[in-house]
Design a protein around this ligand. Structure first.
Ligand code: SAM
Length: 227
């Protein structure tokens, strides 16, 4: 039986029961395969911009005998996917800026009935900022630890409300209210990255002070989680 790691398991957790799913940047195709094997979804479109990963997905789908309920599509982002193909759309394992640009190029995602499940590998802060400023609501966000690394997964849908995106929200999202070990570890990893960034700024400048202040705020969250 196929087993997902913690990162893909968390993506799977956010997918609604009985939906049609689009998995953008599917690579091996494990997420739609697992969801089909576990009868959580009715149908899937697995898309990738490269032929190699798509072939890999196809052969895994044959191996797990789910080919009747999934189609593979060569597609740059959601270019070759239509609104009717998917209720829930997963974009996992890609950079936050790339995910933001793929959303931006797909106007039909501005639909309150569609759920986006987003798992940025890098620049999660850029993705959160894009979502806030473009009418997308992060309805839930959770962190996980997989093979010693921390990841966040966001459950997002469009509601048309343009939101402010203060620094703390940009870097911690709604994880600031989450006292789980995973969320604290995620925020800790973010502070470590920010400390490296701080070294590139001149002490006393506005940029330096705002990053230093953010690190202090985030460090307080970690301490609160340990109480
Ligand atoms: C690291 S893999 C992630 C695989 C899987 N989603 C996961 O999270 O384990 C990233 C995949 O995204 C694909 N990709 C990159 N840019 C893309 C784009 N613009 N449209 C669709 N797929 C893309 C790559 O070809 C690659 O197969």
């Amino acid at each position: 039986m196929l087993k997902l790691d913690e990162r893909l398991s968390l993506c799977a957790y956010f997918v609604r029961e009985g939906v049609s799913l689009a998995d953008i940047g599917t690579d091996h195709g494990y997420l739609p395969i697992w969801l089909l094997l576990n009868n959580k979804i009715k149908y899937a479109v697995a898309a990738d911009v490269r032929k190699g990963p798509l072939e890999r997905a196809k052969s895994n789908m044959e191996r797990y005998r789910v080919t009747d309920k999934v189609k593979t599509v060569l597609s740059d982002g959601l270019e070759n996917i239509s609104a009717d193909d998917a209720d829930d759309i997963v974009m996992a394992g890609m950079g936050g800026e790339l995910i933001a640009s793929l959303i931006d190029r797909t106007p039909w995602l501005k639909d309150t009935n569609k759920n986006l499940i987003l798992q940025p590998m890098t620049r999660a802060e850029a993705l959160r900022e894009y979502l806030c400023l473009n009418g997308f609501n992060i309805k839930n966000e959770k962190a996980c630890i997989s093979f010693g690394k921390t990841y966040c997964v966001m459950l997002v849908s469009y509601d048309g409300t343009i939101r402010q995106c203060p620094m703390k929200y940009k870097y911690a999202g709604t994880l600031d209210c989450d006292k789980s070990v995973e969320a604290r570890r995620y925020i800790y990893a973010v502070t470590q990255k920010l400390k490296k960034k701080l070294m590139g700024y001149e002490k006393g400048t506005e940029e330096y002070n705002s990053v230093e202040e953010l690190i202090t705020e985030l460090a307080e969250l970690i301490d609160m989680g340990e109480q």
